[in-house]
Design a binder for this molecule. Structure first.
Ligand code: ZN
Length: 400
């Protein structure tokens, strides 16, 4: 280096004011400090609907990744709640210029296709970080979500698992498998079941409501177990020549020690039945006691509250020998607590007590209205413990 240039450089360095050096050091420290704390950003990002506590985002959330996507079904998910939580409490979070907080999450109304949500996190020193979530709304009515409940038992959720969806269950023995209910979803359920098991498959129906028998047509030529009391609910065109009408105490042997025992639990419908798998400690309940929110007891075919209470007493004594049971519910998303371990049995006991309290007048439900097709009817809703019921106030006492 030319000596003169070197001297100039030294002079220039000496000319840098001390104040500027302090400022530079400050900036360096601030930047370093931010690295340690992670800076402005999100601690968590949750998507939910009124019916579903969690909608999956991809990739799984980490603060340092700023772009996500989620897929939702167009028939069941019309809007999504977005709840971004900042890393630092003092940081402000806005979505589309509206301030959000855990107490005030953002509600995004969706349209078909891509919906891009821009989330900004700003710290008091004006640093801000942007995140985006692209919510893709499309028709998923033909898709299923499958989940292993335990070895040899799958939960099959229609509408890709978006509430208010239905759940079917595939239970395998060693000689055959049984599909419990056929749901409403419009996909190829029969093929899905074939992909899950290589065993011959039979069908068992918990009750005759449309959301539980929707895809029966795909199982033509298959043995179907069902209560004859709900026969009138089947489509007139359905071939029932392979149906086996079952009743309380009947057993379906799947081989390998797995047996499904039929338990009559009329109330929700006259022909509501449950399937008890003592070996696996599971109980497929359909809608017979609801799925954790409310059992509907106001529809045509519903028994009186008193008769239902008697039915539940019998069910309680049948289940008395089990310390734990996993309930396979017709609408898994409705479970307010997981109906496994002791809580399923607790719900049965609470439901029986609720019946008793409604009969005695100790509990009087709150008036609400429900619709059966186009017809609106007045019903009462009441709950006790884990149990809840919608019932017809003119159908409490047993019919004489
Ligand atoms: Zn039902």
């Amino acid at each position: 280096m030319d000596p003169e240039v070197a001297i100039m450089k030294i002079r220039l360095y000496r000319m840098v004011p001390a104040a500027l050096l302090t400022l530079l050091a400050g900036v360096c420290l601030a930047a370093h400090g931010q690295d340690i704390k992670g800076g402005a950003g999100l601690k968590s990002l949750e998507l939910s609907t009124d019916l579903s506590p969690s909608i999956k985002i991809e990739p799984a959330f980490v603060s340092s990744v700023h772009a996500y996507s989620a897929l939702v079904d167009s028939t069941t998910v019309k809007s999504v709640r977005i709840n971004p939580v900042p890393l630092l409490k003092q940081d402000a979070v806005t979505i589309n210029d509206a301030e959000v907080s855990p107490a005030k999450p953002f509600k995004a109304d969706l349209r078909s296709g891509e919906n891009t949500i821009a989330i900004s996190v700003a710290s008091p020193n004006q640093n801000s970080v942007q995140y985006t979530v692209t919510i893709i709304q499309k028709d998923l009515s033909g898709q299923y979500k499958t989940e292993l409940v335990q070895n040899g038992i799958w939960r099959i959720s229609d509408y890709a698992g978006f509430p208010p969806n239905q759940d079917a269950y595939l239970i395998e023995g060693s000689a055959k498998a049984v599909l419990i209910d056929t749901t409403m979803g419009k996909g190829n359920l029969a093929q899905l079941v074939k992909n899950l098991t290589s065993l011959p498959v039979e069908v068992a129906i918990t009750h005759g409501h449309g959301d539980h028998i929707g895809q029966m047509g795909q199982f033509a030529g298959t043995v179907v177990y069902m209560s004859e009391k709900d026969k009138g609910m089947l489509p007139a065109t359905l071939d029932t020549s392979k149906f086996q009408w079952v009743k309380d105490g009947d057993k379906i042997d799947l081989g390998g020690g797995r047996m499904l025992e039929v338990i009559d639990v009329p109330g929700h419908s006259a022909g509501s039945i449950m399937f008890l798998d003592s070996a696996g400690k599971t109980l497929a309940v359909g809608d017979a006691i609801g799925s954790g929110m409310y059992v509907w007891k106001f529809i045509p075919g519903s028994s009186s509250v008193a008769e239902y209470g008697d039915t539940l007493k019998k069910l309680e004594s049948r289940l008395a020998g089990f310390d734990a049971l996993t309930f396979l519910t017709g609408h898994h998303w409705q479970e307010r607590v997981p109906l496994a371990g002791a809580s399923g049995k607790q719900m049965v006991a609470d439901m029986r007590i609720l019946c008793e309290k409604i009969i005695s007048g100790e509990i009087v439900g709150t008036a609400t209205s429900a619709s059966i097709g186009a017809r609106k009817i007045n019903v009462l809703t009441a709950s006790y413990g884990l149990a809840g019921m919608w019932y017809d106030p003119s159908n409490i006492q047993a019919k004489k």
